[in-house]
Design a binder for this molecule. Structure first.
Ligand code: ADP
Length: 251
């Protein structure tokens, strides 16, 4: 039976109170089945980052439920949430976020150390091999290209064996060709290892690597494309959402 790695039910997130408050998410219900790759798109300010933060337990919804596997995140203390994130969630960011003073293998080993586990060299080397960087283990980030740094970040995100991987514009800082390699790698992590990947992107070509593209507008789900929609179709949908969004802004 297919299970959901993450399930959001009627999630709202308000910033600020009263008339000046912003409803960044407004009653979002979404399920992310195990072993699937979902891209989240929408105009600027539509709530994509807030959705990712709430789904990953980095931010708390004002109301609603967020479940990771069988665990209700909204009921956990900060301490338990931190432990859960370290053990069960991986993150890949646009800016790589590697520690410059550490080598590639030390960066990859870091989440294990934070979780109080002793990193085994063979495990770290295997993670680097998976991302094609077996021969760069002793290099520091400054000695690596952008694409190589992002591959180190992917190895780091996967070292604890997380169920879910969140990407926030993971190819945003890379050139087109390098970005495609990173996306292929992420796709492989979903297909070969049954990880669940949720990625925010504004790039229709990146979104075309996903099984499903969810569109957000004004903090609400505004339709989706499934079944590996081509980049052209995704771009056309985005263009129409952005045109509607621009038309709705009072000048
Ligand atoms: P996106 O990622 O799609 O650009 P965000 O989730 O960053 O959208 O933001 C959604 C809305 O919430 C925007 O109107 C934004 O200004 C507002 N917002 C986001 N974070 C905060 C915050 N920390 N404080 C106040 N408003 C915020």
């Amino acid at each position: 039976m297919e299970t959901d790695a993450i399930e959001l039910r009627d999630v709202s997130r308000r910033y600020g109170a009263g008339g000046g408050g912003v409803r960044a998410l407004d009653g979002v219900s979404l399920a992310f089945p195990t072993g699937t790759f979902t891209a989240v798109m929408g105009p600027s300010g539509s709530g994509k980052s807030t959705l990712l933060q709430c789904a990953a337990g980095l931010d708390r919804p004002t109301s609603g439920s967020v479940r990771l596997g069988g665990t209700e995140l909204t009921e956990l203390s900060e301490r338990r949430l931190t432990l859960l994130r370290r053990a069960r969630i991986g993150f890949v960011f646009q800016a790589f976020n590697l520690l410059p003073a550490l080598t590639a293998e030390q960066n990859v080993a870091l989440p294990l150390r934070l979780a109080g586990r002793r990193p085994r060299r063979a495990q770290v080397r295997e993670a680097l091999r998976r991302v094609g960087l077996a021969d760069r283990a002793r290099h520091r980030p400054a000695q690596l290209s952008g694409g190589q740094q992002q591959r180190v970040a992917i190895a780091r995100a996967l070292i604890t064996g997380p169920e879910v991987l969140f990407g926030d514009e993971p190819t945003g800082a890379l050139d087109t060709v390098t970005g495609r390699h990173v996306l292929s790698l992420l796709r492989e992590m979903v297909d070969a290892d049954r990880r669940t990947l949720v990625m925010v992107t504004h790039d229709p070509v990146a979104a075309a690597y996903a099984d499903r593209v969810v569109f957000l507008v004004d903090g609400r789900v505004h339709g989706e494309l499934t079944g590996g929609a081509p980049a052209g179709e995704i771009a056309a949908r985005m263009a129409s959402l952005e045109a509607d969004d621009a038309a709705a802004v009072p000048c």
